[in-house]
Design a protein around this ligand. Sequence first.
Ligand code: NAD
Length: 352
Amino acid sequence: MSIFDHPEFDNHEEVVFCHDRDSGLKAIIAIHNRNLGPALGGCRMWPYASDDEALTDALRLSRGMTYKSALADLALGGGKSVIIGDSRTMKSDALFRAMGRFVDSLGGRYTIAEDVGVGVDDIDIMGQETAHVAGRGGDGVGDPSPATAYGVYKGIQAAVAHKLGHASLQDLRISVQGVGAVGYHLCRYLHQAGGKLVVTDIDVESVRRVVEEFGAEAVDLEDIYDADVDIYAPCALGASVNDETIPRLRAKIVAGSANNQLAEARHGSDLAERGILYAPDYVINAGGVIHVSYEGGTFDAARVRSHIGRIGKTLTEIFERAASKRIPTSDAADRLAEERFGATKLGPSVAA
Ligand code: NAD
C-alpha cells in the first residue's frame, strides 16, 4: 500500500499508523494541513474491511476537515483519525488510553474529538492520557450534535432565503433522512420554525420519537427521495445524492448534516443543472467542530451560537459566488476554502 500514490493523498503533512499490541489498537491518524493552525478532527471507530479502506477514510476525512475549518472561521487545520474495529464490541479503556498516548505523542499537532462510533465517554478516557482532546464530558463542551443541528438549521434558512426568497420556514416541507443525534435536533428546530417534516430512519424508535414530538410524517426508507418537499436534508450516511436519486428529487434545496453527501464530485454539477441549490456538506455541518473548538476556554454559549450562526452568511457568500461565476456551489465552496487556507502553500512553515 503506497501513501504518496494513493488516490486520496492530497499533500497530507503527516500520516501516523498506530499499533498497541496489549490493547489490540490499530489506528491511523492523518493530518492534512496546518496552515491555519493545529489540526482538529474526530476519531471514527469502524470495522473497516481492509487497512486500505481505513487509510482511504483517514486521508479523505482529514482533508475535509481542512476545508471545513477554513470556512468555519477557525484557526485550525484539518486532521482525522480512524480506529479499525467494531465500536459495539471492541471498545475498552486500554484501547482508548493507548489511542490517547498516540495523540499525545504528536505534541498538539492533532486534537482528537468525537465521530461515528466514538462518544464523550471515550474522549474522556483518552483525556486521561493527553490534553489534546475536545468534546469532553464534565466541564468539557460535550456532545457536538445539537450544535451541528443548529448550524444546519441556520444553513437551511440561508438556502431558503437565497433560492425561494422566503424569510421564514413557515409551512415549508422538509424531508429529513436519518433522525439520529443531529437529525432529531434538526427536526426540533424546523418544527419550531413552522416547517412540515417528512422523515425516515432505519431505526423505528427514532422515527416514532419525531412523529410523536414534532408531528412528522414517516415514510419508507426509499420513499424519502420521492417526497413532495421543498428541502431535502440528508442526515444519515454519505453518498445519498447520486445518479439514481437526483432525478427523483422534487426538492429545490439539498441541505443536511451528512458528510460526503455527493456520491461523486460531478453530482454537484448535476444538482446545479437541475436548478437544485446544494448547501455544501462541510460548510453547513460545521456547527459541531465550531462547538468543540471552544473546549478548554471559557464556554460562552451565546458566543458559540453566534459563531455557528455565521454558517448562514458563509453559505450565502458561496451561493452568490456560484451564481455569478456559473459554477456549482460545491466548487465555489472548495475555491473559497482553498483561498482561505492557502492550498498552494505547503507545510507548517507558513503557519506562523
Ligand atoms: P447518528 O448515528 O446519531 O444518526 C444517523 C441516523 O441515520 C441513525 O438514526 C441511523 O439509524 C440513520 N440511518 C442510517 N442509515 C440510514 C438509511 N439508509 N436511511 C435512513 N436512516 C438511516 O449520527 P449523527 O451524529 O446524527 O450524524 C448524522 C450525519 O451527520 C452523519 O453523516 C455524520 O457524519 C454527520 N455529522 C455529524 C456531526 C455531529 O455533530 N454528530 C457533525 C458533522 C457531521
